[in-house]
Design a protein around this ligand. Sequence first.
Ligand code: GLA
Length: 741
Amino acid sequence: MSIKIDKKENRITLKTKNTMYVMQILFDRFPVHLYYGKNSPKADLTYRARNTSYSPNYEEYGFTYVPNAEMVEFPFYGNGDYRADALRLRDMTSGSKVTEFIYQKARKFKGRKDIPGLPFADANENTETLELTMTDKFTGCTLKLYYTLFPECDIISRYFTLENGGNGDVRIEKCMSLSLDLPDMNYEMISFCGSHCMERIPQITPLFRGNQRVESKRGASSHQANPFIMLAANGAKEESGNVYGFNFVYSGSFLDEVETDFNGTTRVAVGLGSDNFSMLLKPGEEFSSPEAIMTFSSSGIGTVSRNMHSFIRSHILPAEKYEKRPVVLNSWEAFYFDIDEDIMIDFAKAAKECGADMLVMDDGWFGKRINDRAGLGDWYENPDRFKDGLAPFADRIHAQDVKFGIWIEPEMVNPDSDLFRAHPDWILLAPGRDPLVARHQHVLDFANPDVLEYIKNILSACFDGVAIDYFKWDMNRHMCSVYSPVLPPERQDETAYRYMLGVYELYRWLTERYPNAMIENCSGGGGRYDLGMMKYSTQIWTSDNTTPADRVFIQYGSSFGYPASTMSCHVATGIGSLEDKNKLDFGYRTALAGPLGYEFNALKATDELKKTINAQIDEYRRYEHLILRGDFYRMLNPLECGCSAYCFASDSRSELLFTLLRCGNDGGTDMLKRFTDSLKTGKSRTVPESFRVRFAAAKRNTVYKDMISGECFDGDTLRRGITVNVPKEGLYSKMMYLVED
Ligand code: GLA
């Protein structure tokens, strides 16, 4: 077992492959934190009382336990710890929200505890869990803190359950799944901010004294923020230094809080927060928090990314539906809303001629959806466009020898729809307030079980008996006026959370009802690029921005927390003209960073273009095992030098796939430049003419042959670094496929 509960020393030690986490139970009462870092016999596990003035203490323990100054396992509200609290519980009888739980016992078990209704990481034979039980004598509540170890990925996850065993109501008013105290504050926080079409641009900020937060209040993890953050010790680099990583298995509003204090310690917390959440618990009721995860590496930012990647691949993502990921041809950027049966059949033919495996029919096939002003909610085929219905149509698509994928956006409704006309009270809207639209649509109240039932019925009436191989599940606006008419006043702060439970229920329903179909998640591109969505979706549409010079940056940022296998990459109209060989080459090579797809009007493609695309897909198939399952190494930061370089390595390191992409003279398009300038993250984007790239993944004493150029390199030289020259002007790409000779 990797969990050791030492009752004599009152100490609990958790060990993963390379990390160690140690806590102590002080005075049989308070779980305090001793250490999280490298698994080393030299680790400093001394408990240090950190008294300071103006910090209340328990008289009986003197200054050996001062809540505001300790490193604690799980901080409570209102009880002398003034830093960010993880749990705030209001006793509804007295009105008090002073929260205090006292340690009772610890136990360990194989596997994990499931989290009802929410996505959570799958256990395997190595998974073990520590459960700490704490009770509150005043409210009668029992709190169980869980630490689940995924040892081979160096990941520890954190979640809790709270059971109201008392006689009165209580309300959780702040809920953080994870709280971690670190003894120092010499870190830079790496967070990923953005906007629609510019998701997950890394932002690096040194920690300052006080509270710094990354959060979303949008009801979605969002384009603007992402729950994944890193704390990199000053001086840490891609392949060296101490780095922590944190993420949240949830897709709605969230809060990442990082607070440093007068003692120079740091507290990191990840959870639902307090602004967009509360939960009433009646006597006998139990609440389970979503799962948060953390990792540590003493060998750099890159290793933390790889820990996250392998964890997501083996414990989060659904099992692959097909032997190979289908290369799709998607109709959106080709036709937008102007689609019908005949166009789609021709498009399927063109998909086949290009060598693609699947036709994805995007928006525009249902209800009165001829533009974005109508039809959402009316999930039946538009009879003017699909005369014989969907089932024969899907068969005709399959007759072209390609798979069939279809677009849905089940959480939304247009005011101009049969659904909205019949049920105007089925949207999120506060009483007495005017509804605000975004993209001419409202958010359906998924906290209302009737709405969910209706959507299941209308979807099954539409899709049962139709041979569907893939759903693209979209979500194209954020919440406001959050209020559910079916919840009582005292439960209104539960709406956004209950909405997410509804979304997850529908995902599970869709997966079970159509077990042969894979799901690609989308939210105006990568607006819900998170571990909650990844639990049900094999891949995510990375961004609506398909301009390769921008995509380079979006993919770079996304790679910090998420594996390439999740990053749906299309060669699309953002390239400019696909007939322009240079642009096409650059766009395609940029897209070789995740599951490949195409999104352009293939009906107009020349035979030569179709031939080129066939060759591209053949080549992608040769590299796919590395892109989807290899270890990923970032080698150049495009925000610093306008050039991205990275490498996928096979398990044994006998194959290395290297890509270098130079985005243009300043790197990225004007849109990206404006965005990154405002962040001040790019140190300089003057693009040098030669780069030194180091292959940290190369094996020593090994000769590699580049199967593209025929050149040979020895592993030690690759590790020390080789020079790549790039031309002065324009887009440029270089790839090497290095195979052990
Ligand atoms: C969103 C998606 C696009 C496309 C459109 C359809 O913007 O990100 O890929 O599906 O919706 O309306």
